[in-house]
Structures are given as structure tokens and as C-alpha cells.
Design a binder for this molecule. Structure first.
Ligand SMILES: Nc1nc2c(c(=O)[nH]1)N[C@H]1C(S)=C(S)[C@@H](COP(=O)(O)O)O[C@H]1N2
Ligand SMILES: [Mo]
Length: 488
């Protein structure tokens, strides 16, 4: 091997070995403490809101793999440079540099909002393994630097990384058995789900439900150890058995993300099973002047919900079931909040472990701290699902269909127009309540040519969607969704 190639390779291998040590230790003890995950979490928390918005808009739900990939690429790049530095005779400073990267990981681990005392261990182990590997591979009279040693260390590191990832994905220990609700959901009215091919199903299957959160590793709280602390005029602590003993309700509720662009995918409808939040808050006692329900997740994320909205009689709940099954880990197992009518960042805390009745003046939640609106009711919105954008269609009768939502106010009507012409009333489907989205259809007599279809909804409060396009920051997008198709 050429000297320069070998030096660069030694640097890369020291980083791989470090990753192997770190991932294996984290996988075995606490997946959240993985050096890559704690650094990634820190990057997410420190990224300015416009950059984050750009990333979500550009990469969608691939934003997390792309972040992880970038961190690993930067790490490998730096390690390569440190390998070259070692080649110039500065082995010890180079090894110290590799160790320093691990120490940065340890600092990130120690400062994560939900960090545990031993979370620095995987990063410190990575620092040690990385530094020793570099020293061994760059010894001047280097028997360890041969091709065989390179291959062995590389293979060992990859195996350790894979093993760590495998250990980290273990399922939670206990299974949650859901009781029947004391307050069952209203049966879906006939025709709520029109089953038009390409149209979003009325109930979104959990596996297809959009996922938006800051968690690089899905928190997997242990069901037996899980509790919900509620700080009101007194502090109460509920185990899952306590939660199950309170009267459960089941409701169809549509969630929406404030980051959803016009026509975007971050909206979904599910049947949620849970305990009314009002019941729990009354047990803890609501202090005079408390206007914010600050909820905290197992990984330290926070959301702030107006107390008056939680208490106004709507079906705000601590949810433990989704579409008849326990919450999937990605959607908040074992418990999350669901509040009809508010964007998820102020209402839908997943992996919830702590509720605090407090004042907006005193404490700010994760996204409000970063400039997003404190009050975030879901804006009336509609989307064309069929025909798909840029579709080629035959002239004649074409079924146009989509969904519209205005949670807790309800969708009163939907209109469609073609090429900026007159608006036509679409037929809205039946809904069980104003808290779900509403399917709609309209039959278009399509003529040959290129055409633009546009949709707008009017909610039950009488507000019709405005044409002006506004991007999601700081309180949700506005504008009409449009689709261009070609008719032949
Ligand atoms: N713990 C935690 N809960 C969270 C978030 C988060 O980042 N962490 N994101 C919120 C946001 S912005 C939205 S839109 C909803 C999305 O819920 P879903 O992923 O189940 O669709 O979760 C909310 N709950
Ligand atoms: Mo969101």
C-alpha cells in the first residue's frame, strides 16, 4: 500500500472502529446514547428554523437518514485528515484529535434534554477505541499496519456497528392489552369512505400514517416502568394500570402537521383510544391562572397546549390506542396526546411522560422557543388526490376526488374549478364528527388539452380558503391546491 493511502485508510478505520465500539455499547445499554444519535439530536436542536424548514421541504421524511449520513460522512472525512496528519509523524496529536471527536459526542450525550448519567459512556468508549486504533495502525515500524490488519479491523468494526443496531431495535418488553372503551366511537356513517382508487382512505392505516418528530431513535419506554406525572395543584403519578382503570373513549380524529405544504402528505386520520385529558387534569387540580398544558416526552421534547381548549369539552385525550391496537412505537407507545383542532406540535406529544399546568409567560415549548406560533389552530385546507399530478387522461367524464379538513369546526363544502373558470360544488362525503377530514368528489367533463384543477374548502364557521400562498412558518400554510393534467 502507498504510504498516503495507508495513512488515510488508518484514519478511516479508526473512525469505523470508534463507531463500532460506540454503537455496540449504546445498542446493548441505551440506544438513545449512541454517539451518532446524540450528535444528530444536538444538531437538530441547534439548527435554525429556516434551515430545518428547508430540510423538511426538500428531503421530507428522509431528513433523518440524510442527517445521520452527513454526520458519518463528516466524521469519516475528519478521521481521514487525522490519518494523514499521523503520517507526517504527528501520531499523538492525530490520535488526540480522534479522541476529541468522541469527547464531543460525550458532551452532546451529557447535554441532551433527557440524558441519563451513563449516556456519555458509548462516546467515551468510541474516543478510546478510535485513538488506540489510530496509534496501532500508524506505528512507525508497523507490523499492525499490514493489509490483513486493515481488513480484520474493518470487518470487526462493521460487525460491531451492525450488532449494535440490531440490539437497539429490540421490541419493548411487555405487551399492552387494550380494554374496551366505555365511550365507543360513533359508527362510521355510510359513505364516509368512498373507496375511489387513489383517494386517501378515510382511516389511515398506522403503517402509512405520516410521522413527524425530532427523535433520531424511536423512544421505547418500558411499559412496566412507564408513568405519567401530572403537576397541577398537586402532583399525581399514573401507571398504565391506573390509566386503563379510567373510562376510555374512542374517537376518529385527524392529525395535521403545521409543516405540511399545500397539497402535502403530513395529515392522517385514525381512530384513537384514550382517557379524556380533562379527567386527568381535574384529578391533579388546575391551578388558578394556569393557561398552558406543558407536556414532555420520554426524550425531552415539549409541547404547549392551551388549557381552555383542553377543557372546553372537545375529545382531547391521553391516547394509548390507534386503529384498535396499542400505539406503534413511531406514533408514541405507550401513550401520547391527541387534541382535535390543533397542529401536532402544540397538541400531539408522543411518548408522553409528564404533564404540567403552567403559564405561557413562564415556560416555552420546543417549537415555540424556535419561533413557531404559540396558538396554532389547524387552518381549513383541501387536497386533490385524484387525478394525480401530470396524469394523462381520456376526454369525457373524469372523477376528481380528494380530502378536506378543518378540525373541530368541520368542513361545510368543497369547490373545484378548471383553468380559473367558475367554481363547481363538489359532493362532500359523510363524516362522524367535525374532528375528521372529509372526502369529496366531483365529476369533470374533460376536454382535450392541458388543464389546471384547483380546490378550496369552506369550513362550518363560514371561512373559505384564500388563494394567497403562505409557507408553513410560523402557523401553517395557506393557499389552494392545484393539479395540472393532460387530456387526450
Ligand atoms: N415526543 C414528540 N412528540 C411529538 C413530536 C416530536 O418531535 N416529539 N412532534 C409533533 C409533531 S410536529 C406532529 S405533527 C405530531 C405527528 O404525530 P405522528 O408522527 O404520530 O403523525 O407529533 C407531535 N408529537
Ligand atoms: Mo408537526
Amino acid at each position: 500500500m502507498g504510504r498516503v493511502v495507508r495513512a488515510g485508510g488508518a484514519g478511516l478505520l479508526s473512525a469505523l472502529a470508534a463507531l463500532g465500539g460506540g454503537e455496540l455499547a449504546a445498542g446493548a445499554f441505551r440506544p438513545q446514547s449512541s454517539p451518532v444519535v446524540v450528535v444528530g439530536g444536538t444538531v437538530i436542536d441547534l439548527t435554525p428554523t429556516p434551515v430545518k424548514e428547508f430540510a423538511v421541504r426538500t428531503f421530507g421524511t428522509s431528513d433523518k437518514p440524510i442527517l445521520i449520513g452527513t454526520i458519518i460522512a463528516v466524521l469519516l472525512g475528519l478521521a481521514l485528515l487525522l490519518g494523514l496528519l499521523a503520517e507526517t509523524g504527528r501520531r499523538v496529536p492525530a490520535a488526540a484529535g480522534v479522541a476529541g471527536l468522541g469527547v464531543l459526542g460525550a458532551v452532546a450525550a451529557a447535554t441532551r434534554p433527557a440524558s441519563a448519567p451513563l449516556d456519555t459512556v458509548p462516546s467515551l468508549l468510541a474516543a478510546l477505541v478510535g485513538a488506540l486504533t489510530l496509534l496501532a495502525l500508524t506505528r512507525p515500524a508497523s507490523p499492525a499496519g499490514g493489509r490483513r490488519a486493515f481488513l480484520l479491523i474493518g470487518a470487526g468494526a462493521v460487525a460491531a456497528i451492525a450488532g449494535g443496531r440490531l440490539l437497539a431495535s429490540r421490541a419493548p418488553s411487555a405487551a399492552l392489552v387494550l380494554p374496551r372503551p366505555a365511550g365507543p366511537a360513533r359508527p362510521l356513517p355510510a359513505g364516509a369512505d368512498l373507496r375511489v382508487p387513489g383517494l386517501s382512505a378515510f382511516v389511515t392505516p398506522a403503517a402509512e400514517f405520516y410521522r413527524v418528530d425530532t427523535a433520531l431513535v424511536v423512544p421505547r419506554p418500558d411499559l412496566d416502568g412507564w408513568t405519567l406525572r401530572v403537576h397541577g395543584t398537586r402532583t399525581i403519578e399514573l401507571t398504565m394500570a391506573d390509566v386503563l382503570r379510567r373510562g376510555l373513549i374512542e374517537r376518529d380524529i385527524t392529525l395535521a402537521c403545521v409543516s405540511n405544504e399545500v397539497g402535502g402528505p403530513y395529515v392522517g386520520n385514525a381512530r384513537w383510544l384514550g382517557v379524556p385529558l380533562a379527567t386527568i387534569l381535574r384529578e391533579a387540580g388546575i391551578p388558578a391562572g394556569a393557561d398552558q398544558l406543558l407536556s414532555r416526552s420520554a426524550d425531552g421534547w415539549t409541547g404547549g397546549t392551551p388549557v381552555d381548549i383542553v377543557m372546553d369539552g372537545r375529545d382531547a385525550m391521553l391516547a394509548i390506542g390507534m386503529n384498535g391496537l396499542p400505539l406503534p412505537p413511531e406514533h408514541g407507545f405507550p401513550a401520547r396526546l391527541v387534541v382535535p383542532g390543533l397542529y401536532g406540535y402544540v397538541s400531539a406529544t408522543k411518548w408522553v411522560v409528564d404533564l404540567k399546568l403552567t403559564r405561557y409567560a413562564g415556560e416555552r415549548a420546543y417549537w415555540t422557543e424556535r419561533g413557531w406560533a404559540t396558538d396554532a389552530p389547524i387552518k381549513t385546507m383541501s387536497r386533490i388526490d385524484v387525478p394525480a399530478p401530470l396524469k394523462r387522461l381520456r376526454a369525457g367524464a373524469v372523477q376528481v376526488a380528494g380530502v378536506a379538513w378543518a378540525q373541530h369546526r368541520g368542513v361545510a363544502g368543497v369547490e373545484v374549478r378548471v383553468d380559473g373558470g367558475p367554481w363547481h360544488e363538489a359532493a362532500p362525503a359523510a363524516v362522524p364528527s367535525p374532528d375528521t377530514w372529509r372526502q369529496w368528489t366531483w365529476t369533470w367533463q374533460a376536454t382535450p388539452g392541458s388543464h389546471t384543477l384547483e380546490v378550496r374548502a369552506t369550513d362550518a364557521a363560514g371561512h373559505t380558503q384564500q388563494s394567497s400562498r403562505v409557507t408553513p412558518f410560523p402557523d401553517g400554510a395557506t393557499g389552494w391546491h392545484s393539479v395540472v393534467v393532460t387530456v387526450v
